[in-house]
Ligand binder design. Structure first.
Ligand code: NOJ
Length: 569
């Protein structure tokens, strides 16, 4: 009889490889270390459209300061400010002409400092958008770069004598943008722009540009900000000359940015806008979390909308599992809607078509061949589904982020260009121009007609109504704050015995929380694997304070789009 020794060697090798793999995974899933952002509720707003204090039609820092009480009552931990630097506003402020300035339409440096001091007094942290990938073409640096090819600023941007063959690839705004390389008459060269042609990319192979970025980070940290929402991270660190579509990346730049930030404020956070795959994310977080501390989870967002469209959470569960691994001090930032389109580019064509059909069926609702330019409330339309989605968001294993106006269920204005549809002024009350401004002409029109008009959807009315979406969200925020296990605990998706239901369990320091959501519009029953809930007595959190026994194989009923959070006694 032959013993096939080579077969044993292979088996032993496989066992070894299996355990080696396990040990790296163990290293990455090491228990979360609490940081101030681990469970932070982040609120994004644009000063320009939030509150106008001087009646000129544009929101400003003084207006925002007046509204800090509102944000405090809502339970906001962190304000994320959209870009507020000087800008020609071709890309709603993401095209900056001075990294160190404050757009004079939004206020003065003193107004900014007063706002920072007032926020600090209320215990609210402030992070700011920072757009380091590109400047506006109206920035002096770009003007000098074009005017004189021997000027030091010329090498601050990315040039090519000939148009690269793949100039029609890697576009971020297809349909609006046609190329990533544009011919410049003055220099007779092509310059690279990942986004619009008026947003030339900076060249991070140039050490002076790296130093400039470090200087900007230091400058704002010294002004007291608690961190940055770093715009377009994969593009800051890409090398366009290695290809427009799949360029190589300079990850060391993120390590050095983190070091710079830490040298001024060790607690400050870098929250990255990086729409990347599960495979790629570890390079952005860095080994042991030495690069970005936080990243938006775009992947989960896309599969969330797909799952909502299908009334079946399977793909969402899978997406969450795929993004499970992260360093101990890193954290995901989850969101439903942001200031851009719902980006569905990572779905397959048929998955995307389904989401379009369900949530953005008209061509005017779709954008860039990949997304939906609508606010959440009109997209989902059903109040029960809207609430269920928020409950889901606040039960995700990360930090929840919402965009101003979403908490009251604001609508969109599809007559506005591109993504401006979701950037209309905040609706404070029923007075003229929604209490946003006393000027008759506002920076962008206030929504004054239809189901989402300011007469029907506004903060004042919803604050007075305990059944409003705003009251619901306030309550949700309060409940979430009592349960740090969501951002820090070990989580597991439980078998609920029903394909329309998603059940997620958190375990943390002897505490247990289970959140259950029904993705179907019709009532559904669930029952949890007995082992998973260990026969404990549970208390309902979101539907009252009733004690229930969810673990004994009994069936529990949820309404259509119903949900429930339970904690063990
Ligand atoms: C991403 C921002 O979210 C988007 O609004 C902007 O247009 C691009 N980056 C370019 O800065």
């Amino acid at each position: 009889m032959r013993l096939y020794p080579e077969r044993y060697i292979i088996i032993i090798l496989m066992i070894c490889l299996g355990s080696c793999k396990q040990s790296t995974e163990k290293q990455e899933t090491v228990k979360a270390v609490p940081e101030w952002y681990s469970n932070a509720f982040i609120y994004n707003l644009d000063v320009e459209t939030f509150k106008d204090s001087n009646g000129n039609g544009t929101g400003d820092f003084n207006g925002l300061t007046q509204k800090l009480g509102y944000l405090d009552t809502l339970g906001v931990d962190v304000i994320w400010l959209a870009p507020f630097q000087p800008t020609p506003n071709g890309d709603d402020g993401y095209d900056e002409t001075d990294y160190y300035g404050i757009d004079k339409n939004l206020g003065t440096a003193t107004d900014f400092q007063n706002f920072m001091a007032a926020a600090k007094k209320k215990g609210i942290k402030v992070i700011m958008d920072l757009v380091l990938n590109h400047t506006s073409s109206g920035h002096d640096w770009f003007k000098m770069a074009r005017a004189d090819t021997t000027s030091k600023y010329h090498s601050w941007y990315v040039w090519s004598d000939k148009k690269p063959g793949d100039a029609d690839k890697g576009l971020v705004f297809p349909g609006v943008q046609t190329e990533t390389w544009t011919f410049d008459e003055a220099t007779k060269k092509y310059y690279f722009h990942r986004f619009y042609d008026f947003e030339p990319d900076l060249n991070y192979e140039e050490p002076q540009v790296r130093e400039m970025a470090a200087d900007v980070l230091r400058y704002w940290l010294k002004k007291g900000v608690d961190g940055f929402r770093l715009d377009a991270v994969p593009f800051i660190i890409d090398l366009p000359k290695t290809g427009s579509a799949n360029p190589k990346h300079m990850f060391d730049l993120l390590t050095s940015m983190r070091k710079t930030v830490q040298s001024i404020n060790p607690n400050a956070v870098l929250l990255g806008e990086a729409n990347v795959t599960a495979e790629e994310n570890k390079d952005f977080f860095g080994t042991n979390g030495n690069r970005l501390q936080m990243m938006f989870n775009f992947y989960v967002n896309q599969y969330l909308f797909y799952s909502l469209a299908r009334e079946d959470p399977e793909s969402l569960k899978k997406a969450l599992e795929e993004f499970r691994l992260k360093p101990a001090t890193s954290q995901w930032a989850f969101f439903l809607r942001n200031h851009d389109e719902v980006d569905l580019a990572r779905l397959t064509k048929s998955q995307r078509s389904l989401v379009f059909k369900k949530f953005g069926p008209e061509s005017n609702m779709q954008i860039y061949d990949r997304g939906i330019r609508r606010r959440l409330a009109p997209m989902l339309a059903d109040p029960a589904l809207i609430r269920m989605s928020y409950s889901l968001l606040f039960s995700f294993p990360g930090a929840p982020v919402i965009r101003y106006g979403e908490e009251i269920g604001m609508g969109d204005d599809l007559t506005l260009q591109e993504r401006l549809s979701v950037r209309t002024p905040m609706q404070w009350d029923r007075s003229a121009n929604s209490g946003f401004s006393t000027d008759s002409i506002t920076v962008r029109p206030v929504i004054g007609y239809g189901d989402y008009s300011f007469q029907k959807v506004n903060v004042a009315d919803e604050s007075a109504d305990k059944n409003s979406l705003l009251s619901f969200i306030k309550n949700l925020v309060e409940i979430r704050k009592l349960h740090p296990e969501i951002g820090l605990g070990e989580w597991k998706i439980l078998d609920a015995g029903n394909s329309n239901i998603m059940a997620i369990q958190y375990l943390f320091k002897g505490k247990q929380l289970i959140a259950v959501h029904n993705f179907s519009k019709s009532p559904q029953q669930f029952s949890l694997e007995e082992k998973a809930v260990q026969g404990a007595d549970f208390t309902e959190l979101t539907g009252g304070k009733k004690q229930v026994n969810i673990g004994n194989g009994g069936k529990i009923q949820l309404n259509g789009y119903g949900f429930q959070w339970y904690t063990a006694k």
